[in-house]
Design a protein around this ligand. Structure first.
Ligand SMILES: NC(=O)c1ccc[n+]([C@@H]2O[C@H](COP(=O)([O-])OP(=O)(O)OC[C@H]3O[C@@H](n4cnc5c(N)ncnc54)[C@H](OP(=O)(O)O)[C@@H]3O)[C@@H](O)[C@H]2O)c1
Length: 319
């Protein structure tokens, strides 16, 4: 099968298209024919890892992922596709089921491998029938931002009428967080750059703030919850001032604050929200598998809107 291999840690050019053996499912695994995947922040962090082995974090990453290059050279954590076959112990799915998945289990064990035509995943991981109304590209854009946003908003115990500020409302996690916070009945302010103000408003944000123009000192609005959806690598004067706008007892939660626990309940909630129009996956650009280097180079600019999706193959039944 065709796959994109990460030949060593480094710039996007380390990603190379190659032919590799098609995986064979174990007893409890599904072999999924992948139609679409998305480039996640996790893929880019792993691929671009610069930490030397003598650095404690570099050593830890080497132990978990591999020294010098990823032990599993195929990156990618999200997919939308079709169940092609299953091991003898599979009970929940059938050949031909259209599924979407986040290939991390509820014990936060990750299995990279969606930058390929096929991947095997245990059926009791985060795999579900894909939203019926979405294309494979749209379905692949749901799990990463959606699962991270849901985890952290639930962790903060978001509730009806909370005043919620989503910092970095235009990324994969941010565009999901705005819509999910609205689903929970929150009054949402989205913070993003100038070119994304109308996008974030269109996702349901009650108000928007431009972090490139507003330093967050004036204004004085108070929030019950501030969710930093872009994490520690991205900041601004506005973000530094965010905590001043917490209401008494308000919470500040960062997407980098601990390991998110993806659960099948959350994946099914996202599916339901997608099917009822409660969330709309935002796709910035879509590339064919062969153009992975170009796609990673674009993501590396740090300014993608929502998701960058990869079409791996066409679903003949999709019309
Ligand atoms: N806790 C964990 O284990 C875990 C796991 C995975 C990921 N993460 C974190 O999740 C983060 C978010 O991932 P993502 O895929 O949603 O990010 P992303 O889509 O790559 O974020 C892109 C967005 O960031 C915005 N942005 C860039 N600079 C900004 C700034 N200074 N202030 C505010 N917004 C800015 C851009 O908007 P503009 O163009 O308008 O600036 C763009 O829309 C990752 O970076 C990582 O830190 C954590």
């Amino acid at each position: 099968m065709k796959a994109i291999l990460c030949t060593k840690y480094g710039p996007p050019e380390v990603l190379q298209l190659n032919d590799v053996a098609k995986p064979v499912p174990k007893k409890n695994e599904l072999c999924i024919k992948i139609y679409a995947t998305a480039i996640t922040a996790s893929d880019c962090i792993v691929r671009g890892s610069k930490l030397p082995v003598w650095h404690p974090m570099g050593f830890m990453m080497g132990l978990v992922l591999g020294f010098g290059k990823p032990r599993n050279p195929i990156l990618g954590l999200v997919l939308s596709g079709e169940v092609e076959s299953g091991g003898g112990g599979v009970t929940r799915f059938q050949k031909g089921d259209r599924v979407f998945a986040f290939t991390v289990n509820s014990a936060t064990k990750m299995r990279f491998g969606t930058y390929a035509e096929y991947m095997c995943v245990p059926e009791d991981w985060n795999v579900a029938l894909k939203p019926a109304n979405l294309s494979h590209e749209e379905s692949a854009a749901v799990p990463y931002g959606g699962m991270l946003a849901l985890h952290f908003l639930k962790k903060a115990k978001i509730k009806n009428k909370d005043r919620v500020l989503v910092y970095g409302a235009s990324g994969a996690v941010g565009t999901s967080a705005v819509q999910i916070a609205k689903h929970f009945g929150a009054v949402v302010t989205g913070v993003c750059g100038t070119s994304n103000l109308s996008l974030v408003k269109s996702l349901g944000a009650d108000s928007v703030i431009d972090y490139t123009k507003d330093d967050g000192i004036e204004g004085g609005s108070l929030y019950d919850l501030v969710f930093d959806a872009v994490g520690k690598r991205k900041s601004s004067r506005f973000k530094s001032n965010c905590k001043k706008h917490l209401a008494p007892g308000g919470k500040y939660v960062s997407v980098d604050g601990g390991s998110p626990v993806p659960t099948i309940e959350n994946l099914l909630l996202l599916k339901g929200l997608a099917e009822t129009g409660g969330i709309r996956p935002v796709i910035d650009r879509c590339y064919p598998l062969e153009n992975m280097v170009e796609a990673h180079t674009y993501v590396e600019t740090g300014h993608k809107k929502g998701n960058v999706v990869i079409t791996v193959a066409r679903d003949g039944a999709a019309g």
